[in-house]
Ligand binder design. Structure first.
Ligand SMILES: *Cc1c(COP(=O)(O)O)cnc(C)c1O
Length: 430
C-alpha cells in the first residue's frame, strides 16, 4: 500500500490527496521558518529547565495544603524564565483561560478603577467577567468600570482614541493577542510592544495585561519581552503541549503575580498553598514539548489557509501572511459549510472520531457554537480542533494538531466533507 492508498483507508479520495500534496509542496520554505522558531523556543525552554534544576523529585504528588511542593516551585520558576518575568503562577486550580484572565483582572483591579481594552471587544467569555454582559460577580458588580477603544477599520490601533480613553482612573489595559472568534488579524508581539510603549508613555503606572491565549511559542519572543506586566493563558492550549490535563498560567511582575496568588487562594496564603496531586510531570513535560507541538499546529494553520484560499474562501491570516497565533479562520459563508468542515475535523480525530458535532448554546457565548474536538484532554484546543459561533460571516476557527501529519489529515478530511456535501469542487473538477 502506498501513502495515497493509506489516506484512502482513512476516507480521503485520491483527488483530495493529490490537491493536498500540490499545496504542501509550495509551503516548504514556510515550514522551514516555523521549524526554526520551534528550535529557538525549544532551546529557551530547555535552558530554563536546566537552570532551575528540574529533577525527578519535582514529579512527586502533593496533597492537602500542598506546602513545599518542589515540582510546583520549579515549574513556576521555569515559566518565569521562559517568559522572562519576575514571577509566575501556574496551577491546576486555575481551571481554564477565562479563569486565568478573570483572576488576573480581579486581583489587580479595585473598586473605582477603570479597565481599558484598547483593542476592541475582548474574547466572548470576558464579556461576563467584565460585566459588558451582566453577570453575577462581574468586575462591574465590584465597581470596576470598563472602557473600550475599537480598532480602526484596517485592524490597526486607534492611537488617538486610546489617548482620549486613558483617564487617571485607568488602572489596567487588557490586550488580546489572538483574534479569538473574530476575523481581525492577530497582533504580532512587535505590535503589542508598540501599543504597550504608547500606553506607558501616556500613563507610566498603567498595568498592561496580555491575553496570550493561542500565541505562546508562535514567535521567538513573548509580549512579556516587550513590557507586558502580565501574560496570561490556558494550559490546554499552547504551553501545555497537549499533556497538561488542565490549568492556567499568569507570568508577570512579582507584584502582579502576588496579587493573583492572594486572590486565587486567600489573602495571607497566596502561592504557598495549592496541592498539585501528581500533575507536575505532565505540566513540565508538556511545556518541554510545547515548542514543537505549536510548530505542528502552525503548519496545520498555514496549510489550511493555502488549501481554502485556493478554493476561493477568505482566510485570516491569508495564505501569504505569517501566523502570530495558531488559529486559522476560514470564512465558509454558511452554517452548512461550518457543519461539514467541523464534521471532517472530527472524523480525523484519534478520540471520538465517530461522533457528529452539532451547534449548541455553549455557556459564556451569546450565539450557538459548533465544536469539533476529538481530544485526549476534553476541550483541548492545542489538539486538533475546529469551532466557531454560528453567526456571520460563518467563520470556522481551525487550530491545533499535536503533530503535523494529524493536522494535515484534519484539513484534508474537512475538505473531503465539504466536497461530499457539494459545498466545494476541486479546481480541476470544475
Ligand atoms: C481560549 C481563549 C480564552 C479563554 O478561553 P477558555 O476556553 O476559558 O480557556 C481567552 N481568550 C482567547 C483569545 C482565547 O483564545
Amino acid at each position: 500500500m502506498n501513502l495515497q492508498e493509506m489516506y484512502g483507508e482513512l476516507g480521503i479520495a485520491p483527488g483530495v490527496w493529490q490537491f493536498g500534496q500540490t499545496i504542501e509542496k509550495r509551503l516548504k520554505e514556510r515550514f522551514e521558518e516555523i521549524d526554526a522558531i520551534a528550535e529557538w523556543n525549544q532551546a529557551k525552554v530547555l535552558h530554563a529547565m536546566q537552570k532551575n534544576r528540574v529533577n525527578a523529585e519535582c514529579f512527586a504528588a502533593t496533597t492537602g495544603y500542598g506546602y513545599n511542593d518542589l515540582g510546583r516551585e520549579a515549574l513556576e520558576k521555569v515559566y518565569a524564565d521562559v517568559f522572562h518575568t519576575e514571577a509566575a503562577l501556574v496551577r491546576p486550580q486555575i481551571t481554564c483561560g477565562t479563569h486565568a484572565l478573570a483572576l488576573a483582572l480581579a486581583a489587580n483591579l479595585r473598586p473605582g478603577d477603570e479597565l481599558l481594552s484598547p483593542v476592541g471587544r475582548p474574547y466572548d467569555t470576558l464579556e461576563e467577567v467584565i460585566g459588558i454582559r451582566p453577570s453575577k460577580g462581574s468586575l462591574a458588580e465590584y465597581g470596576v468600570t470598563y472602557a473600550e477603544v475599537p480598532l480602526l477599520p484596517d485592524g490597526s490601533f486607534d492611537y488617538e482614541g486610546i489617548r482620549r480613553a486613558v483617564t487617571p482612573r485607568t488602572k489596567l489595559a487588557t490586550i488580546q493577542r489572538s483574534k479569538g472568534y473574530d476575523t481581525r488579524p492577530t497582533f504580532s508581539v512587535e505590535q503589542i510592544g508598540e501599543l504597550i510603549r504608547f500606553l506607558k508613555e501616556l500613563k507610566p503606572d498603567i498595568l498592561c495585561m496580555v491575553d496570550n491565549c493561542y500565541g505562546e511559542f508562535v514567535e521567538a519572543i513573548e509580549p512579556s519581552d516587550l513590557g507586558a506586566d502580565m501574560v496570561v493563558g490556558s494550559l490546554i492550549k499552547n504551553p501545555g503541549g497537549g499533556l497538561a490535563p488542565t490549568g492556567g498560567y499568569i507570568c508577570g511582575t512579582a507584584e502582579c503575580v502576588e496579587q493573583c496568588a492572594y486572590r486565587l487562594s486567600a489573602p495571607g496564603l497566596g502561592a504557598e498553598v495549592g496541592a498539585t496531586m501528581g500533575l507536575m510531570q505532565s505540566f513540565l513535560q508538556g511545556l518541554f514539548l510545547a515548542p514543537t507541538v505549536v510548530a505542528a499546529a502552525v503548519k496545520g494553520a498555514t496549510f489550511t489557509a493555502a488549501v481554502y484560499e485556493e478554493l476561493g474562501f477568505r482566510c485570516v491570516p491569508a495564505a501569504n501572511e505569517t501566523h502570530h497565533d495558531i488559529i486559522e479562520a476560514v470564512e465558509l459563508g454558511s452554517r452548512e459549510g461550518m457543519v461539514a468542515f467541523c464534521r471532517g475535523v472530527q472524523m480525523a480525530a484519534p478520540v471520538d472520531s465517530y461522533v457528529t458535532p452539532e451547534p449548541w448554546p455553549m455557556p459564556g457565548y451569546d450565539s450557538d457554537v459548533i465544536m469539533a474536538a476529538g481530544a485526549f484532554v476534553q476541550g483541548s484546543s492545542i489538539e486538533l480542533s475546529a469551532d466557531g459561533p454560528i453567526r456571520e460571516p460563518f467563520a470556522v476557527y481551525f487550530q491545533g494538531g499535536l503533530t503535523w501529519p494529524h493536522a494535515k489529515l484534519g484539513v484534508l478530511m474537512s475538505l473531503q466533507q465539504m466536497i461530499e456535501a457539494k459545498l466545494v469542487t476541486l479546481p480541476d473538477e470544475k
